[in-house]
Structures are given as structure tokens and as C-alpha cells.
Design a protein around this ligand. Structure first.
Ligand code: SF4
Length: 400
């Protein structure tokens, strides 16, 4: 942490600027504008029971599922509309509809998307697409979204059925058809952007090449490769062994060599594996721990960069902090929570403390930080104030 403390000293001594995020980081705990990105879990209902889902995996015992993931939780339209209006007035740039369940199962999803884009906010919709119809897909392709991310943990029907228990090979065919429809209905090849989220586990690591071929053929612009995040011992069988990790690394290197030269200008990102490879190269990756080597090499800026509202109204400071609510939007306005002293306390600790501190025990940052890319991009943005060439390159591995 000595190096991080040095970075912070330089940052705090930087000249006062007008950028409200930098102003907040310099202050050390207060915020002077809203988060850049706001995650909103519209509903906890879902059509699938994905194999490594924290709350719907059939491998979990019922008593392992925490109450805030209960399928009955849903944010009503009026509450969502007020939240969007408040977010827009606080300077939020992007809304991410994701979370506890599938946003397309919210009965007012189209009204919500329309209202969000009418307020000038960028919209990322994360869905498994199984509840969509062709008409809905054509509508959302026509200007309500900036990005559509489809959870598809397979490149072939049999692997899809294995990783999404309850779904069939026909479900896979339906989802792929809807993605094709979306890709063709857009007004430009990457507007909105079409993305696949692929969570790699022992069940699907051999299907990575198929997923890349499928994505290239459909017109997908990016694949967000993720590692399986295991909280429960019952899910540990999904983790990659050391040998499987080596096989994935080789597959990714070969796949990049094969596809990168022939992919079009809007599709190159489907073979960018840097983020997932850095997790798989973590010294404890085979234990399901992906960020222990790097988590304390930069401060955590998430208290200024992003925030998440769960379907039960809880406001939590990052994607992994569902057990650390800082308020609830059914009890007070989002802005009061965001600018509260309690939230200031989170910001200060996240910025200054090592993530081994017991304050972060229930977040388990070293296991995996789902906001690592955002955090590193904020770090790079302010590297000039850190006067540190290493900071400009981004985080590195600790020596020794
Ligand atoms: S997991 Fe930890 S390091 Fe990552 S954003 Fe959350 S609090 Fe910050």
C-alpha cells in the first residue's frame, strides 16, 4: 500500500480543477456530482437458472440464497422513472439495466427504456434475451439503447443447454435468431453495439472457439469474457483447474491469431482477451481468486464512478457489494443516499484502505472486482495528476 499512499498524496496535492469527480477524489470522501454509471436491477425474476448464478443456480441450496435476491423483488415503474430523472439531474452519463433477474421480464421495460433514452442517458441492457419477441427486438434496436449485452455462455446448442439448465437447444436457436435480427435492424454496424457476456467455467471452456465463430457470423461487436465467481462451495466444481486454465490461455492465443486479421473494423473486440487473461494469470486463479495480485496496486474510485440499485431498492456501492447497502430508495431519495455521510465513509475507506481490511470482508474484492476495468480507466484518466508513468500504463502486478 506504500505506493498507493504515494499516489494518493500526489493526487490530493493536484491543482483544483473543475472536473467534479477529480474534485471528489481530491477531497477524499465527498461527491460533487452523481456517479458516471448507475446500475439498476429492475427485477429479480428470470427465465433461466444459469449454472453459476449466485441466486438461481440449481447447484445452490435454498438457504444459501440471500433475501435481497428473492424473485418477488421488483422496482415499480414510477419509482424507476423518478430515479432516472434524479440520475439525469445529477450528471449520470449511463444507466445499466442488469442484475438480479432479467430486465426484459419487467412489465414496463419498453416504457423504462424509452424514458431513459428520452432523458439523454446512454443505456446498456443486459439480458438473456429468452423473453424477447421479434417485435421487441426490432423496437429496441431502433434507438433506445447504446449497447445490448446478451448472456450467452456457449457457442453451440449442447453447451448452452448444459450451462443454462432448464433451457434447451431450441432456446439457444431462438436467442441466436433474435441476435441476428437485432444486428440486422440496427441503423449502423455498431449502433447500438451488440455484445455477448460469456462466463467461462469447466463446462464451457472448450466452446470458446465456437462462440467466437458464432459472434463473428452474427455481427457481434464485442465479447465480455468473464471468469466464474464462486461464493458457494456447491459451485466450486465449475472452477477451471490449473490445466484447464492453461488450455484456455492457449485457445485464446490461437483464436486471436486466427480471427484478428479477418474480423471487420466493428468486430475486432471479440478476440480481445486481455482482461480475462490477466484474471486467469492471477496466482490463485485455480482457487477462484482472480484479483489478489493486483487489487491493492491502485486505489478504488468506485465511490465516484458507479453505483448499483438492487430490485429491493437497496443502494450498494459497487457490483460486488450487495451485502453492504448504504440506503434504500423506498425510504429516501437516491441523491440523499449518494451524498450521505455513510456513503462518504465508504468512499474514504475504498480510496485509502487495503482491501484486506475487514470493512471489505463481505465484498471480497481480492476474489474478483467486477468494476476493475472501470476503476483502472478512472485511474488512467487521472494519471497526469499522479505524476507517475506507471499509473498511466495502468495497474501492474506487485513484485514478489
Ligand atoms: S469490489 Fe472492492 S475494489 Fe472493486 S469496486 Fe467494489 S469495493 Fe472497490
Amino acid at each position: 500500500m506504500g505506493k498507493v499512499r504515494g499516489m494518493l498524496r500526489r493526487l490530493l496535492a493536484a491543482p483544483r480543477g473543475t472536473d467534479p469527480i477529480l474534485r471528489g477524489i481530491r477531497h477524499g470522501s465527498r461527491a460533487f456530482c452523481g456517479p458516471e454509471e448507475l446500475y439498476i436491477d429492475l427485477t429479480n425474476r428470470c427465465t433461466l437458472r444459469c449454472i453459476s448464478c449466485w441466486h438461481r443456480s440449481p447447484l445452490l441450496r435454498p438457504d444459501e440464497v440471500l433475501p435481497h435476491w428473492d424473485g418477488a423483488h421488483e422496482l415499480p415503474f414510477e419509482r424507476v422513472r423518478a430515479l432516472i430523472d434524479e440520475a439525469a439531474s445529477m450528471g449520470v452519463r449511463k444507466i445499466i439495466y442488469s442484475g438480479g433477474g432479467d430486465p426484459l421480464l419487467h412489465r414496463d421495460i419498453v416504457r423504462i427504456l424509452e424514458h431513459t433514452s428520452a432523458r439523454g442517458l446512454e443505456v446498456l441492457l443486459m439480458t438473456n434475451l429468452t423473453a424477447a419477441t421479434g417485435e421487441m427486438v426490432r423496437r429496441i434496436a431502433g434507438g433506445m439503447l447504446s449497447q445490448l449485452c446478451v448472456n450467452l455462455w456457449a457457442g453451440s446448442p449442447a453447451v448452452y443447454a448444459a450451462t443454462h439448465p432448464g433451457a434447451t437447444e431450441e432456446t439457444f436457436a431462438k436467442v441466436v435468431d433474435l441476435m441476428r435480427l437485432f444486428a440486422g435492424a440496427r441503423h449502423a454496424p455498431a449502433e447500438p453495439e451488440l455484445i455477448i457476456a460469456y462466463v467461462i467455467s469447466a463446462l464451457n471452456y472448450e466452446d470458446i472457439g465456437n462462440a467466437v465463430r458464432l459472434a463473428a457470423e452474427i455481427g457481434v461487436n464485442n465479447i465480455w469474457w468473464q471468469t466464474t465467481d464462486v461464493e458457494s462451495a456447491n459451485l466450486r466444481g465449475l472452477l477451471l483447474t490449473g490445466e484447464q486454465i492453461q488450455a484456455v490461455v492457449r485457445t485464446m492465443e490461437e483464436t486471436r491469431k486466427e480471427h484478428a486479421p479477418v474480423l471487420g473494423e466493428h468486430q475486432g473486440n471479440i478476440v480481445i482477451f486481455d482482461d480475462v487473461l490477466s484474471k486467469l494469470r492471477n496466482s490463485r486463479a485455480a482457487e477462484g481468486i482472480y484479483h489478489s495480485d493486483v487489487i491493492d496496486t491502485i486505489p478504488c474510485y468506485i465511490g465516484w464512478a458507479a453505483c448499483r440499485v438492487l430490485a429491493n431498492g437497496n443502494v450498494v456501492p459497487c457490483c460486488k457489494a450487495d451485502r453492504n447497502p448504504l440506503g434504500n430508495i423506498f425510504e429516501e431519495r437516491f441523491s440523499r443516499i449518494w451524498f450521505s455521510r455513510r456513503y462518504d465513509g465508504f468512499r474514504e475507506r475504498a480510496l485509502r484502505l487495503p482491501k484486506s481490511d475487514r470493512y471489505f470482508a463481505r465484498i471480497a474484492c481480492a476474489r474478483i472486482c467486477d468494476n476493475w476495468c472501470l476503476n483502472t480507466s478512472i485511474h488512467r484518466r487521472y494519471a497526469g495528476y499522479l505524476n507517475d508513468p506507471a499509473a498511466r500504463r495502468g495497474p501492474g502486478r506487485r513484485a514478489g
